[in-house]
Design a binder for this molecule. Structure first.
Ligand code: SF4
Length: 348
């Protein structure tokens, strides 16, 4: 099984509308607590049979001692934080302003990370509105310029929404100044959280999305995946499709998510989507950590959010009046169940 441990070492420089980990400005995990976290987690994880990865969130570069955390992780468990040949997310702000930014770049190089990616929500007004912070659009591109000047590659995820559509030409003109940069159009996922409920007003319907794809094509953006999602994952298509929820559940990724909060609470479920408190790493032994994690199965989809029997209600659902597009069928199911007011399994 694949295991991902999201360890919240700090908050973010933004407060993004599409954020499923419920990120935003937040407290810092002290270096000593991070060392304690590794001390409790790593011996337990070494006994698990699986592919294990750490993610230091929310926005790694917001931590004042991120370089020390990278070095400690590489001494204790480099196998869990191997990001070679992967891109690395940033909003730009924290990295550019970090007093230790030169050492951060050296650490990234040492770890074989040569590409950083930025999620963009549209032109200046659109982007700053969607991340709830003025000035972030400008700072994002200042950081992109800085990284390119230091030999790094930059990549852009286009967060497609009604707001993005308003600022499309402005953002694409800005991105076109980075020849060769990879560009990934993204349809944000859905989970039954307050933030994603609010984001629904910006979610594009199939016809709107196809019109947006035509405009993106003129900027040479590859829209094939988005067009495929319009054809396979719009509400009208999902509603009309034959639904065998048990079969879909059995083909979901064999992947379990856990979260360690800044104050060392260990949860089953990703950040922002906890379903069970497993304990406090300050007081748990490595043996107790192992016993808490080892019996737990994948929680990537379906019964990670709703009991399996809840999905059967969707067979009786009348045809939707909208045709919003999701990145997968399960995302569409969660949105419908949430709108129907079905109780979900998430805890605060
Ligand atoms: S999307 Fe990323 S940067 Fe934005 S609030 Fe969430 S965790 Fe932070």
């Amino acid at each position: 099984m694949k295991y991902t441990f999201e360890i919240t070492i700090c908050g973010c420089a933004t407060n993004c509308g599409h954020c499923y980990v419920d990120g935003g400005p937040g407290p810092i995990m002290p270096y000593e607590d991070y060392a304690l976290c590794l001390n409790r987690l790593v011996p337990a994880l070494k006994r698990l049979d699986g592919n294990i990865a750490f993610n230091l969130g929310n926005e790694t570069f917001c931590h004042p001692r991120v370089v020390d955390l990278f070095r400690l992780t590489d001494r204790v468990c480099p196998q869990y934080f191997d990001r070679r040949n992967e891109d690395f997310p940033t909003t730009g702000v924290a990295l550019l302003r970090h007093r230790d930014r030169e050492n951060i770049l050296r650490e990234l190089e040492r770890k074989g990370i040569w590409e950083l990616f930025f999620a963009v929500h549209g032109g200046q007004e659109a982007h700053d509105r969607m991340v709830s912070r003025p000035g972030r659009f400008t700072q994002l591109f200042e950081t992109a310029d800085f990284l390119v000047s230091r030999g790094f590659h930059v990549r852009f995820s286009l967060m497609l929404s009604r707001v993005f559509a308003e600022g499309l030409d402005e953002i694409m003109e800005r991105i076109s100044r980075y020849p060769g940069a990879k560009i990934d159009p993204i349809i944000p996922l859905y989970a039954p959280t307050p933030r994603l409920r609010t984001y629904q007003q910006y979610r594009l319907e199939s016809q709107e999305l196809l019109a947006l794809c035509d405009r993106l094509d003129s900027w040479q953006v590859d829209t094939a995946k988005v067009r495929k999602l319009c054809a396979n994952c719009s509400e009208q298509v999902v509603w009309a499709a034959h639904k065998n929820f048990a079969a879909e559940r059995s083909s979901a990724p064999n992947w379990a998510f856990f979260h360690v909060t800044h104050d060392l609470k260990l949860y089953y479920g990703n950040a922002g989507m906890h379903t069970r408190l497993l304990g406090d790493l300050r007081t748990m032994t490595a043996q107790q950590v192992y016993e808490a994690i080892a019996p737990l199965g994948p929680n990537y989809d379906f019964d990670a959010f709703y009991p399996m029997e809840a999905f059967e209600q969707l067979h009786a659902m009348p045809r939707p009046t909208t045709d919003r597009v999701y990145p997968s069928h399960p995302d569409c199911y969660y949105a419908w169940l949430d709108e129907l007011g079905v109780h979900n399994l998430l805890i605060k």
